[in-house]
Design a protein around this ligand. Sequence first.
Ligand code: ADP
Ligand code: F6P
Length: 324
Amino acid sequence: MAKEIKTIGVLTSGGDAPGMNAAIRAIVRKAIGNGVKVKGIKKGYQGLLNEEIIEMEKKDVSDTIQKGGTILGTARCPEFRLGEVQEKAAEICKAHGIDGVVVIGGDGSYRGAQALARHGINTIGIPGTIDLDIACTDYTIGFDTAINTAMQAIDKVRDTSSSHERCSIIEVMGRNAGYIALWCGVANGAEDILLPEKYDFNEQNIINNIIRNRKRGKTHHIIVNAEGIGHSTSMARRIEAATGMETRATILGYMQRGGSPTCKDRFYASIMGAYAADILCEGKSNRVVGYRKGEFVDFDIEEALNMQKDIPEYQYRVSRLLSE
Ligand code: ADP
Ligand code: F6P
């Protein structure tokens, strides 16, 4: 028989993402609507270990849906990989009367959720990362805001790049995943799009592309480079030396993680938050919520973590073709 759930906790973990507050708000309001109490756990697993735990009422999430970041705060907590630390965290949950926890974060955070579940605390994960690199879901909270922020910034760099007839390398976030670079590369009409999953580190191809485009009369050249490839500044120096075209690097950095969430991020985060609260209140555990093929769904955490995701081949081929 499913465990009776009287009180749940909610925490955000790993890198923050715009829309996390919409998810927290939905969890609080849906769970309370289901007759379940909610406690907010501050600063991810670190805050749990420090017992930074607060009661949350519906009014506590008023005026938060439009805010970037996470009202609960977030942290990386390397020690949470240790068995004894996980056991201690589960004991803290029990001492605070917390029967289940919704964890908003990425794959690493799901591992922590899995560990809590092993120690008798029901857990549900929600995908929260701007990187879109969670295999079980087509959507992750924050991606839409991040790509729109980056797209607008790249448009601005393009204006000045065109005026000065320069080449611009614009580095977007994505240490391991090229989704932000792919989407912005296409949306900004970049001449070259460098993805960690695909890049062959053959800079001569980029140089040849610039020389060819100049001969065809193009007066600017935009390269969207993913953080996972990095080295944009030294790349700019080498490209300038090889092509004679003035080249500048712009690293967009953390601005991509902040800002007011888009409508899409607020909406998806709200539905996912409510969905997570519902299945947690029903007594489900060790599951993650996702959005696949137009439906909100949930998977076993282990099954979700074993799924693979890669840059869709057709999208990649089109991105290359359109930049010619
Ligand atoms: P994300 O959740 O975005 O993937 P991280 O990989 O940094 O971000 O993970 C966030 C936090 O989740 C870590 O700081 C740690 O507290 C916890 N975590 C990560 N990996 C594990 C693991 N293997 N076991 C338990 N907890 C983990
Ligand atoms: O949130 C995702 C992400 O921005 C990655 O693209 C990047 O690698 C990482 O977070 C950097 O985060 P931090 O510097 O906070 O560890």
